[in-house]
Design a protein around this ligand. Structure first.
Ligand code: SF4
Length: 276
């Protein structure tokens, strides 16, 4: 896709592949070093679920996790995203500035994992903040150490995904260790950065009572978790796994019952957190 193709109105549930396969490796390397260009899977407006108020969301391509329940596996590969110059992304965002302010909303950088492109992420979030737009970063936290303390100040809110507590379960579920995510969470807490915790609830995979209790206790201790969103597993991403030819192991898994969602929320509420 050409870098001047429209950004707006794209749906993250659409399958995207190879949009940047024409981009030379040296250009990708420079983009990652400088943040002059980013790789974006989609750019949506009007979201009410990715932070406070109405949000513009840029979904970046590239993720180092391989979550078994991922509903956007086409975001795993950075080259599946559109190559978008930073100034173009800032220009697109600036059009929504006034509307976002009126609707008490803001800009959310999501993915994939935005910190795979940490320089682009920092520069885009900084530009948003300079325009007076509220900023949120939706991250699995694994690469949080790439952000300096000063850069963290450019993020008004971190939407932090904790996938599991038990080390082996986390490894099985995501392919990566839980430690770096927890370290990042502790750092956010210590620096009093606002956190909305996100927890994807999958029956038989992430509904273990003791795991949730320990995540809840950990989250409460951080001191800056404002709310917890328990996100019920769904099958909306299955078609992407099939189209990409990746083995999907959750075919038989049903969404959690309302009772299970409520039990999980109660476990977070039991330690004094707001959970929805
Ligand atoms: S962290 Fe998010 S984008 Fe990455 S594999 Fe997991 S669910 Fe998918």
């Amino acid at each position: 896709m050409a870098i001047d193709a429209p950004l707006e109105g794209k749906n993250p549930f659409e399958l995207r592949v190879d949009l940047s396969k024409h981009v030379a490796e040296s250009v990708v390397k420079k983009a990652l070093e400088t943040g002059d260009m980013g790789f974006i899977h989609s750019f949506t407006t009007g979201s009410a679920v990715d932070g406070p108020g109405v949000r513009v969301v840029a979904w970046t391509a590239g993720c180092q996790f391989r979550c078994l329940y991922c509903h956007n596996p086409d975001t795993w590969n950075m080259m599946n995203g559109m190559a978008v110059p930073l100034d173009r992304a800032i220009g697109a965002l600036s059009k929504y500035r006034r509307g976002l302010q009126i609707m008490s909303g803001g800009f959310t950088l999501s993915g994939g994992e935005p910190l795979m492109q940490d320089r682009f992420a920092v520069r885009l979030l900084t530009a948003a903040k300079q325009m007076g737009i509220h900023t949120a970063l939706d991250t699995n936290g694994y690469l949080g150490e790439r952000l300096s303390d000063a850069e963290l100040e450019q993020v008004d809110l971190v939407l932090l995904d904790i996938k599991a507590w038990d080390r082996d379960r986390h490894l099985h579920l995501t392919g990566k260790e839980i430690g770096p995510t927890l370290d990042f969470a502790r750092r956010l807490g210590k620096r009093k950065r606002r956190i909305w915790l996100r927890y994807v609830l999958v029956p038989g995979l992430t509904d273990e009572d003791s795991d949730i209790k320990q995540i809840a206790a950990f989250a409460a201790d951080l001191g800056s978790v404002e709310r917890v969103d328990v996100l019920p597993f769904h099958q909306m991403g299955r078609h992407k796994w099939q189209k990409l030819g990746i083995k999907y192991t959750l075919d038989e898994v049903q969404p959690p019952t309302n009772a299970l969602v409520e039990r999980t929320c109660e476990q977070f509420r039991a330690v004094g957190l707001k959970a929805y």
